[in-house]
Design a protein around this ligand. Structure first.
Ligand SMILES: Nc1ncnc2c1ncn2[C@@H]1O[C@H](COP(=O)(O)OP(=O)(O)O)[C@@H](O)[C@H]1O
Ligand SMILES: [Mg+2]
Length: 158
């Protein structure tokens, strides 16, 4: 587990870029936090750092936005806030075979219909800033956090 204090939106962007630069070949990221905590900010920064050009729209209404990655495969950004039933995910045809990176906001609303997270990011508002907790869910996630700590100095405490 690793914790990081994000005093402003720029530091959320920096964390997103750091996650992009250290990312594994295939990864599932679950983003937790209240409305306005910074989940979309982090996802956008990550996608931007992966070379996604043009608008990065919020998938609030579409549930999923898909982006081709320059090194092959796709990144899928999901926001399940408005999903009525996790079973709706089946209708989207999310088999995920071509997906190299999943970024899922409100994953708790898709329980049972999403791949298990390699990394869970929990964002919480603290005054004017945000507290981030990064919790690995797999060996891939642990190695990702190790790379993040080495190259970007995120404090790790376990
Ligand atoms: N570390 C931070 N400190 C202060 N404000 C932040 C921080 N990170 C993001 N923000 C701002 O908070 C808001 C977060 O919105 P958004 O990313 O859409 O949240 P969510 O997707 O979690 O609902 C944006 O206005 C963004 O600029
Ligand atoms: Mg959002």
């Amino acid at each position: 587990m690793s914790e990081r204090w994000l005093p402003d939106a720029d530091s959320t962007d920096a964390l997103g870029a750091a996650l992009a630069h250290t990312r594994p070949a295939n990864a599932v990221v679950h983003l937790h936090g209240d409305l306005g905590a910074g989940k979309s900010t982090l996802a956008r920064a990550l996608l931007r750092a992966l070379g996604v050009q043009g608008a990065i729209r919020s998938p609030t209404y579409t549930l999923v936005e898909r982006y081709p990655l320059s090194d092959g495969g796709e990144a899928w950004h999901l926001d399940l806030y408005r999903i009525a039933d996790a079973g709706e995910l089946e209708f989207l045809g999310l088999d995920g075979a071509e997906v190299r990176l999943w970024l899922v906001e409100w994953p708790e609303r898709g329980t049972g219909h999403l791949p298990a997270p390699d990394l869970t990011v929990e964002l919480a508002m603290r005054g004017a800033g945000r507290a981030a907790r990064l919790v690995p869910g797999s060996q891939t996630g642990r190695e990702w956090l190790d790379r993040l700590t080495v190259s970007h100095g995120v404090a790790a405490d376990s």
